[in-house]
Write a protein that binds this ligand. Structure first.
Ligand code: ZN
Length: 98
């Protein structure tokens, strides 16, 4: 091999190594992204599941302390107290942003 032949100041061997390193880096980043995406999906899924459980408990128990809270509303409770809490919050936020 003519190691002396250079392209843009690097030998073909150096370029080959650079390309390989770059491909490795791409692969590593792709894996990281994949893992992060998977974790996010799992987190959302478990949040959804726990909210569904809370909602079930709230529906069975009208005296549940979560009624009348934003959290109760976020869990999907549609009772008057939870809707009022959300309305209240939205009105206050609107007033603050106005
Ligand atoms: Zn409620």
């Amino acid at each position: 091999m003519k190691e002396k032949t250079t392209f843009c100041g690097r030998t073909a061997r150096e370029w080959a190594l650079l390309y390989a390193a770059e491909a490795n880096e791409c692969e590593r980043l792709r894996n990281e992204l994949e893992i992060a995406t998977r974790n996010e999906t799992m987190r959302k899924k478990s949040q959804k599941e726990s909210r569904a459980k809370v909602l079930e408990k709230m529906r069975k128990d009208p005296s549940d302390r979560r009624h009348g809270t934003l959290y109760g509303r976020a869990c999907g409770c549609e009772c008057e107290r939870c809707r009022a809490a959300k309305r209240d919050y939205d009105a206050r936020r609107k007033a603050r942003n106005a």
